[in-house]
Design a protein around this ligand. Structure first.
Ligand SMILES: *[C@@H]1O[C@H](CO)[C@@H](O)[C@H](O)[C@H]1NC(C)=O
Ligand SMILES: *[C@@H]1O[C@H](CO)[C@@H](O)[C@H](O)[C@H]1NC(C)=O
Ligand SMILES: *[C@@H]1O[C@H](CO)[C@@H](O)[C@H](O)[C@H]1NC(C)=O
Ligand SMILES: *[C@@H]1O[C@H](CO)[C@@H](O)[C@H](O)[C@H]1NC(C)=O
Ligand SMILES: *[C@@H]1O[C@H](CO)[C@@H](O)[C@H](O)[C@H]1NC(C)=O
Ligand SMILES: *[C@@H]1O[C@H](CO)[C@@H](O)[C@H](O)[C@H]1NC(C)=O
Ligand SMILES: *[C@@H]1O[C@H](CO)[C@@H](O)[C@H](O)[C@H]1NC(C)=O
Ligand SMILES: *[C@@H]1O[C@H](CO)[C@@H](O)[C@H](O)[C@H]1NC(C)=O
Ligand SMILES: *[C@@H]1O[C@H](CO)[C@@H](O)[C@H](O)[C@H]1NC(C)=O
Ligand SMILES: *[C@@H]1O[C@H](CO)[C@@H](O)[C@H](O)[C@H]1NC(C)=O
Ligand SMILES: *[C@@H]1O[C@H](CO)[C@@H](O)[C@H](O)[C@H]1NC(C)=O
Length: 361
C-alpha cells in the first residue's frame, strides 16, 4: 500500500493517478451491490495468463455458448473456438452476477474451478484467474479454514466482483475494468463517459490518487436505449457500448454503438442452429420493413423497424419507431458530438405489430 509519488505529474495536474502496487486485499469479495437478491449480467476483463484459445477461456469461466463470449468482445460470430490469442490479451468475460446479503456483488456460483495436482489457492487466484480475485476471497466463499489444505478434485467457487445497482437512476452494465499501468481516473472517466465522482463513489475511493494499477475497477457502462417492452422475455435488454447480444432464441442480433446515438440496432441474426427452431418472420407488420431496416425523409426523420422483445412461445415483437437524426448541417446517422439535444432519440412508436408466426419445432 506504499504510495509512490510522481512529483512532476503532480505539479501538472491534481487528478493524476498514483500507480501503486496492487495489494488492497480485503476478504469481502465483490463490488458494492445494494439491491439485495438482484441478479444481472456483468462483464470483467481477463488478461490471458498464457497463449490460449477462446475455447479454453470459455471452459475456465463456464460460458455456455461460444457466441456469448464473442458477443461480449464484439468478435464476429464466425470466429472459431480454436482461435488463439497471445498471453496478456485482455478478453471481456460475461457472467451472471448476484447481490449478496452483505451489500456486495459476486458472480452467481460461477465459475467453479476444479483443483488439479500441485494447485494452490494463491496460484489459482493470481495466475489462473489473473488476480481477478484474491486467494482470501476464494477461501472465504468456499469456507476453507486452512488455505494450504485444498484437495485435488475439490470444486472451488471463484467469486468475481460485480454489481447490479443502477447508477444515477439508470440501468447500466457493471464492468470490472482492469486498470492499465499508467492510466488515471480522468482518462478512464473520459473513455467510458462517466464522471469522476461516480467512479470514486462506486469503488470506495476517497481520491483519484488512490487508483491502483492492475486493480479491478467497477466501471458503469452506459447501455443503448431499446424499444423492448416490459414483459418481454429479455426485458430489460441491457447492451453496453461496443458489444452485441443475441436474443429471441438467437434469432435476433442487437448491437450497441455510441456512434448510433445510443439507440440499439437489431436485425435478424441469420443464425440457424442445427437442432434449433426456425426463426419466425421479423418483418414490421403492414410495412415492407424487416428488423433493422430504416429510411430517412428529407426532414431527417428516420423510421426504423425496431425490436420490441419476444414471448415464451417465440413470437418476436417489432415496432416502427421514428428518430430525429437532424444535426445542424450534418444529416448522417448522428455522430454524438455537438449539440447536447441532437442525437437524442425521440422515438415514437407508430405501429406495434405482433408477428404471429411462432416457432416450428
Ligand atoms: C493457459 O490458460 C488457460 C486459460 O486460462 C488455461 O485453461 C490453461 O490451463 C493454461 N495453460 C497452461 C499451460 O498453463
Ligand atoms: C481450428 O479448427 C478448424 C476446424 O475445426 C481446423 O480446420 C483448423 O485447422 C483449426 N485451427 C487451428 C489453428 O488449430
Ligand atoms: C459477504 O457475503 C459473502 C457471500 O455470501 C461471504 O463470503 C462474505 O464472507 C461476506 N462478508 C462479510 C463481511 O460478511
Ligand atoms: C459456508 O458456511 C456458511 C455458514 O457457515 C454457509 O451458509 C455457506 O453455505 C457455506 N458456503 C459453502 C460454499 O459451503
Ligand atoms: C464506445 O465504444 C468505442 C469502441 O469500442 C470506444 O472507443 C468509446 O470510447 C466508447 N464510448 C463510451 C462512451 O463508452
Ligand atoms: C456522454 O454522456 C452524456 C450524458 O449522459 C451524453 O449527453 C453524451 O452524449 C455522451 N457522450 C458520448 C460521446 O456518448
Ligand atoms: C414492469 O411491469 C411490472 C408488472 O406489469 C411492474 O410491476 C414493473 O414495475 C414494471 N417495470 C418497469 C421497470 O416498468
Ligand atoms: C432490410 O433488412 C434485411 C435484414 O437485415 C436486409 O437483408 C435488407 O437488405 C434490408 N433492406 C433494406 C431495403 O434496407
Ligand atoms: C418528422 O417528425 C416530426 C416530429 O417527430 C413531425 O412533426 C413531422 O411531421 C415529421 N415529418 C415528416 C415528413 O414525417
Ligand atoms: C404467442 O404469444 C402471443 C402473445 O403472448 C399471442 O398473441 C399468440 O397468440 C401466441 N401464439 C401462440 C401460437 O400461442
Ligand atoms: C443547437 O443548439 C443551439 C443552442 O443551444 C440551438 O439554437 C440549435 O437549434 C441547436 N441545433 C440543433 C440542430 O439542435
Amino acid at each position: 500500500m506504499e504510495k509512490i509519488l510522481i512529483p512532476t505529474l503532480i505539479l501538472l495536474c491534481s487528478i493524476f493517478t498514483i500507480i501503486q502496487p496492487t495489494s488492497s486485499q480485503t476478504t469481502t469479495p465483490g463490488f458494492k451491490c445494494t439491491t439485495r437478491g438482484a441478479t444481472c449480467n456483468s462483464l470483467i476483463d481477463y488478461k490471458l495468463p498464457n497463449t490460449t484459445t477462446l475455447s479454453s477461456v470459455r471452459t475456465l469461466f463456464q460460458i455456455k455458448n461460444l457466441r456469448t463470449l464473442l458477443a461480449a468482445n464484439n468478435l464476429p460470430l464466425t470466429t472459431p473456438q480454436n482461435q488463439t490469442y497471445p498471453a496478456s490479451t485482455t478478453l471481456k468475460i460475461p457472467f451472471p452476477c448476484s447481490c449478496t446479503n452483505n451489500g456486495t456483488g459476486i458472480s452467481n456460483h460461477r465459475p467453479i474451478y476444479t483443483v488439479v495436482p500441485n494447485d494452490g489457492l494463491y496460484h489459482i487466484a493470481a495466475e489462473v484467474f489473473s488476480r481477478l480475485v484474491t486467494f482470501q476471497q476464494i477461501q472465504a466463499v468456499n469456507n476453507i479454514s486452512n488455505a494450504d489444505e485444498i484437495e485435488v478434485g475439490q470444486k472451488l467457487w471463484v467469486p468475481l466482483p460485480c454489481s447490479c445497482d443502477d447508477v444515477g437512476g439508470e440501468k447500466v452494465v457493471h464492468y470490472g475494468y482492469s486498470v492499465p499501468t499508467g492510466s488515471n481516473v480522468a482518462g478512464i472517466v473520459n473513455q467510458f463517459n462517466t464522471t469522476e465522482s461516480v467512479l470514486l463513489e462506486l469503488n470506495g475511493l476517497k481520491d483519484a490518487k488512490d487508483l491502483l494499477a492492475d486493480s479491478v475497477l467497477d466501471v458503469p457502462l452506459k447501455v443503448c436505449t431499446t424499444s423492448v417492452r416490459n414483459g418481454s422475455m429479455d426485458y430489460p435488454l441491457l447492451v453496453p457500448n461496443g458489444t452485441y447480444t443475441l436474443t429471441a432464441n438467437n434469432c435476433v442480433r442487437c448491437q450497441c454503438n455510441a456512434a448510433n446515438s445510443w439507440v440499439l440496432q437489431c436485425e435478424p441474426s441469420g443464425i440457424s442452429l442445427p437442432n434449433g427452431p426456425t426463426c419466425p418472420s421479423t418483418q414490421c407488420a403492414g410495412t415492407a420493413f424487416d428488423l433493422g431496416n430504416s429510411t430517412s425523409d428529407s426532414n431527417c426523420n428516420l423510421s426504423r423497424c425496431a425490436y420490441a422483445g419476444y414471448n415464451t412461445n417465440g413470437t418476436i415483437l417489432t415496432t416502427l419507431t421514428q428518430e430525429s437524426t437532424c444535426p445542424a448541417g450534418n444529416n448522417n446517422n448522428g455522430s454524438p458530438s455537438g449539440n447536447g439535444s441532437k442525437g437524442l432519440r425521440s422515438s415514437l412508436a407508430l405501429v406495434a405489430s405482433l408477428i404471429a408466426l411462432h416457432l416450428l419445432r
